[in-house]
Design a protein around this ligand. Structure first.
Ligand SMILES: Cc1cc2nc3c(=O)[nH]c(=O)nc-3n(C[C@H](O)[C@H](O)[C@H](O)COP(=O)(O)OP(=O)(O)OC[C@H]3O[C@@H](n4cnc5c(N)ncnc54)[C@H](O)[C@@H]3O)c2cc1C
Length: 250
């Protein structure tokens, strides 16, 4: 299917981008397009305006900040996967990004886009949560930092205001043992359930409307995962227990 009609905007500066987001009714940021374009094509999203940020210069850096790794809005997932800096400071991030979809999708998809999209089965939101990272967002009202624990609000829902864009994600350094384990039907598919271990901390994905922190000793307590054609709730709970055990035995 073809997308519904929309007006296309291609700002060349961050200031221009958030001015557009602040002045246009019903606008969406277009980054890698790996989630948004399929949603448009299936007509599951019908924004009036698309603000394509791909022409903004100097927004694709991956750099060291406050001892952690800062990933700007246009840094592609593949660039983070290949980044020596990310591998040195936060190897969990490098491992996680390699599990997102397939390389051809990671060549376009962005880390910040994945966080903004907030798919409950995505790896990167759970990694940000387990690490206690944050995102920096900007709008014409100024800049603010949202900790991961306050970013994910529901299924495909964040606490970003409609006029705000993520300019950068920040992943703290991790030198403790880590693991990211998931189960999916085919390589590259979204996970049926997954776990992220960052030192003593555990985050789960694919089993609740948002990524959640859990107690490694009893990770499925309080979980009420949904069932679908791919997996029953019981199977998802079982996966969480088995994957957690493996993550902490590793
Ligand atoms: C076949 C296939 C398999 C996939 N498998 C996985 C998987 O296993 N795991 C996984 O995590 N993902 C998977 N994805 C999704 C992929 O990782 C996307 O790239 C990612 O979710 C979105 O990043 P993007 O840059 O493409 O964002 P876009 O598609 O451009 O945007 C997605 C959403 O985020 C918003 N957005 C984007 N950037 C910003 C920003 N800077 N500020 C504010 N809002 C913003 C957009 O407005 C839109 O609502 C898959 C995609 C496909 C097509």
């Amino acid at each position: 299917m073809k997308p519904p009609p929309f007006e296309y905007h291609a700002p060349t500066t961050v200031e221009e981008a958030y001015a557009l987001l602040g002045s246009l009714e019903d606008a969406k940021v277009l980054a890698g397009g790996q989630s948004l374009i399929p949603l448009l094509n299936f007509r599951l999203a019908r924004p009036q305006h698309l603000v394509d940020i791909n022409r903004i210069a100097d927004l694709d850096r991956i750099y060291e900040r406050d001892g952690g790794v800062a990933v700007q809005a246009l840094a592609r997932q593949a660039a983070v996967e290949d980044s020596e800096l990310a591998a040195r400071i936060c190897p969990l991030l490098s491992a996680a990004v390699g599990l997102v979809a397939h390389r051809v999708i990671r060549n376009r998809g962005t880390v910040c886009g994945s966080l903004a999209h907030a798919d409950a089965a995505s790896e990167l939101p759970a990694v940000l949560l387990a690490l206690g990272g944050s995102v920096v967002v900007r709008s014409s009202r100024g800049e603010r930092t949202i900790p991961a624990g306050q970013l994910f609000a529901g299924v495909f829902e964040t606490t970003l205001a409609p006029d705000e864009m993520i300019v950068e994600a920040w992943f703290p350094a991790l030198r403790e043992p880590f693991a990211i384990l998931e189960e999916s039907r085919r390589h590259g598919d979204f996970a049926l359930a997954g776990v992220v271990r960052a030192g003593p901390k555990l985050a789960l994905f694919g089993v609740a409307p948002t990524p959640v922190l859990a107690d490694p000793r009893d990770p499925a307590r309080e979980l009420q995962p949904s069932g679908d054609l791919e997996a029953t709730p019981e199977f998802r709970m079982h996966l969480v227990r088995v994957l957690t055990e493996r993550a902490f035995a590793a």
